[in-house]
Ligand binder design. Structure first.
Ligand code: ACO
Length: 331
């Protein structure tokens, strides 16, 4: 179906907590080494929240910056969608808490759970509402406080995660505007759900003394299996969206993949045959911040003027679910 309206990213913003934790800091806490973390993951440091920060606090700061970049006020927003697997609470949604902080109400606000693909999923949902003409300005946020989900008994996952938020304002475009979101692709495969899971805290395994004792409220991941699935699913999504839009990878100016492991990013780049200079990498500074890696990287690439008006940009992610997806846009 042809959209009635096109949408573009009118502004982006990011916020990361001030506390920097580098690999040497982790050496003091875990049986690990700076060398192992750098060579196996490409991570050098990550940000950890302060004691009183929650996801909505990070989301709020990122949202303010995105609104400013888009030259809009919070009251101009028609909808708020937050991609997160580390909300302030199971309910109410972080999107509702964020809306309250922004001083807005009487518009839809909801969270979306798609793991590290949260921002791609949320952007795609926002796009549908704009393309039908229902809404004009939608705030999309990817935010995570993954440090609250770390299992400190598991060195294989404990070193991988950080906290952060990225936001984008999607706005209806004029027909003659070169900037627009061209396409989105979403997918999932629940058969691999148990490879990456927070087992307790939901209806399957409610909180109990046992669940806390056995670390069931933390993140469990089978890293090796996820690694292969990550490459496969992101490659498939990129190839699908490029084919559907009759585009060769050479036409892409910038690829922004989910930042889970530098080796995953590198392998994906090779499989897609994209010049490595066109791949945006922020994993060295922020590690894996799940649904916020892509909007943070997008914001940095825009603000540093790497991404310029008219550039063709491909965003791609995979995450818990398993989910995957991509967004193709002309900035
Ligand atoms: N420090 C030192 N040694 C370690 C550490 C560590 N932090 N972690 C594991 N090791 C050891 C292991 O014990 C193992 O030792 P052994 O050979 O003596 O048994 C060795 O290093 C190799 O372990 P592997 O697990 O095979 O290491 P691998 O190269 O696969 O890297 C990693 C592990 C980084 C987790 C990788 O598999 C990966 O990145 N997977 C994908 C992660 C991902 O994509 N996550 C995204 C989703 S997260 C989300 O959605 C919230």
């Amino acid at each position: 179906m042809n959209p009635l309206y096109d949408a573009k990213i009118a502004g982006t913003g990011k916020y990361v907590p001030k506390k920097i934790v580098n690999n040497l800091d982790l050496e003091k806490k875990l049986d690990t080494s700076d060398e192992w973390i750098r060579t196996r993951t490409g991570m050098w440091e990550r940000r950890y929240k302060s004691e009183d920060e929650a996801s909505s606090d990070l989301a709020y700061e990122a949202a303010l910056r995105a609104l400013e970049a888009a030259n809009l006020k919070a009251k101009d927003l028609d909808m708020v969608v937050v991609g997160t697997i580390s909300p302030d609470h199971s309910f109410p949604s972080t999107a509702c808490i964020l809306s309250k902080k922004l001083g807005i109400k009487d518009i839809p606000a909801f969270d979306l759970s798609a793991g590290c693909s949260g921002f791609i999923y949320a952007t795609s949902v926002a796009l549908q509402f704009i393309s039908t003409g229902n809404y004009k300005n939608v705030l999309v946020v990817g935010v995570e406080i993954l440090t609250t989900l770390i299992n400190w008994q598991d060195r294989g996952t404990a070193v991988l995660f950080g906290d952060g938020a990225g936001a984008a304002i999607l706005t209806r475009t004029e027909r003659n505007d070169v900037s627009k979101i061209l396409d989105s692709d979403l997918s999932s495969d629940g058969t691999f759900g148990e490879l990456l899971i927070q087992e307790a805290g939901g209806s399957r395994c409610p909180a109990s003394i046992e669940s806390v004792k056995n670390n069931k409220h933390t993140l469990y991941m089978e890293g090796n299996k996820i690694f292969k699935l990550a490459v496969r699913s992101m490659q498939a999504s990129c190839e699908k969206i490029l084919k559907r839009n009759n585009l060769d990878i050479k036409k892409i100016d910038w690829l922004i993949p989910h930042q889970a492991n530098f080796r995953i990013i590198e392998t994906l780049g090779k499989k897609l045959h994209i010049d490595s200079g066109k791949v945006i990498v922020t994993i060295d500074k922020y590690a894996n911040t799940s649904s916020s890696t892509i909007p943070i990287a997008l914001d940095e690439a825009i603000k540093s003027k790497k991404i310029r008006k008219g550039d063709l940009v491909l965003l791609v992610a995979f995450g818990a679910g398993l989910t995957s997806g991509s967004i193709l846009l002309r900035f």
